[in-house]
Ligand binder design. Sequence first.
Ligand SMILES: Cc1ncc(COP(=O)(O)O)c(C=O)c1O
Length: 442
Amino acid sequence: MTGNSLDPYVAAYARRTTGMRASAIRALFAVASRPEVVSLAGGMPYLQSLPLKEIAAQVERLISDEGSVALQYGSGQGIEPLREQICEIMALEGIVAEPDDVVVTVGSQMALDLVTKIFCDPGDVILAEAPSYVGALSVFSAYQTEVVHVAMDDSGLIPEAVEEAIAGCAARGQRVKLLYTIPNFHNPAGVTLSAERRARIAEICRSAGIAVLEDNPYGLLGFDGATHRAIRADDADNVIYLGSFSKTFAPGLRIGWVLAPHAAREKLVLANEAATLNPPVFNQMMISRYLASFDWKSQIKAYRQTYAERRDAMLGALSTHMPDGTRWTVPQGGFYVWLTAPTGLDTSAMLPRAVTARVAYVPGTAFFTDGQGGSQMRLSFCFPTPDRIVEGVRRLGSVIDAEREVHATFGSGMGGPRAAGGIGGATPGVIAGVDAPSPNTA
Ligand SMILES: Cc1ncc(COP(=O)(O)O)c(C=O)c1O
C-alpha cells in the first residue's frame, strides 16, 4: 500500500504502486533549475545545435503536403518508411534487420515498459548493471520485478559477475528473465562494454535462457566517431534491442524503437496498441523527412563535437578541483561521468549543501535498487556550456572539500555510506577513473 493518511485512496491503490516513489531529490531539482545553479544533474541534449529554422520549414511542409495523414491515427507498429530508415541506422552498428521486426515506441522509455510488461511477472528477476539507468529501474519496479545488480568496471559488465548473479538467483530459486545492459557510453557510469565481453555475455545469457535487453540511445555519440558493434548484431534470436531519436535528434518528439526477435514482435505491437494505440504519426513523419532530407550524420557529428568539448572541460576541471581520493570515469562518448567521492562522504546528504553552493548532481543511490552508490554521483556534461561546467565542478570541489573536513572532524559518527564497490569504487582490480585508467578508457 502506498500514499499517506491524507490520501483518501490509500486503501485502494494496486500493489504495484508500492515501488512508485517520488524521488527524494525532486524538490531540490526545482531549486537546481534556477539559473544561478549549475546543473550537472540532467541528461538533456543540447538542442541549440539543431537547424531549427529548417526544421520549422519542414514541419510547415509536412502539414501542407500530408497533414491529413500526419494528424490521423496510425499503425500500432509505426510507419513503414521510418522503420526502414531505422534499419539503416542500426546497420551502422552491424545489425541486419527487417523493418517488420521494428516496433516504433513513445521514446525508448515506452519500449522498456512494453518489454518488461510482456516478459516479466511480479517476482521475476532482471539483472542490471551496478549502477543502472534510473528510468529503467522505475519501470522494473512498477512491474514488481526484482533487480539484481551486477558489477561492472571500466570495460563494462563483468562476465564472471553475470555468471555469479545467475548462479545466485538459481540457488535462491529465482527466475531470471532479462539481462538489461547499456553497452555504449553508459548512463550513468560513462563506460563502454568491450567487444570480447559482448560476445561472452551474449553466450552466457543464451545458454542460461535469459534474454538480453540491449538499450542503446547513445551509440552514435562516440567522440572519435567510431561505432561499436551491437550485441544484437551477433545474436538476433536472444537480444531485444532498443534505440531512440532522443539523443541523436530531439527528445521532445518522444520517438524510440524496439527491434525484437520475430517471435516477440506481435506481442510488442499488441502491448503498444493497448498502451498508446499508436506512436505519434506526426512525429514519426517529421523524423522520417528529417532523415531523408537533412544531412543528419553531420548533425550527429556536430553533437559529438559539442559533447566532446564539454567532456574535456569536465575532466580538466575535475583534475584541477577535486580533492585527493576522488575518482571518476573517463567516458569516450555520451553524456555522463560517474564520480566516487572520498571515503565516507554521503552524496545524498551532501546534495542540499551543493545546491546551496549553486551546483547540482544526481546522487549515486538513485541508480541502484539495493542502497549502493552512497558515496557516488552522476555528473552530466551534455547541457551546460564548458565555462559553466568548469565553474560547476569548481563549486562541487569546494563542497566536497568542506564535507571532507567535517567528516575528518566527526569521523564515522556522520554515518557515511558503506565503501563503494564496482565501477569508480574501491574493489581491488576494478577501480575506474583517472587514477587507474584501463585500456578501455585511456
Ligand atoms: C539508457 C537510457 N535508456 C532510455 C532512455 C529513455 O530515452 P527516451 O527519451 O528515448 O525515452 C534514456 C534517457 O535518458 C537513457 O539514458
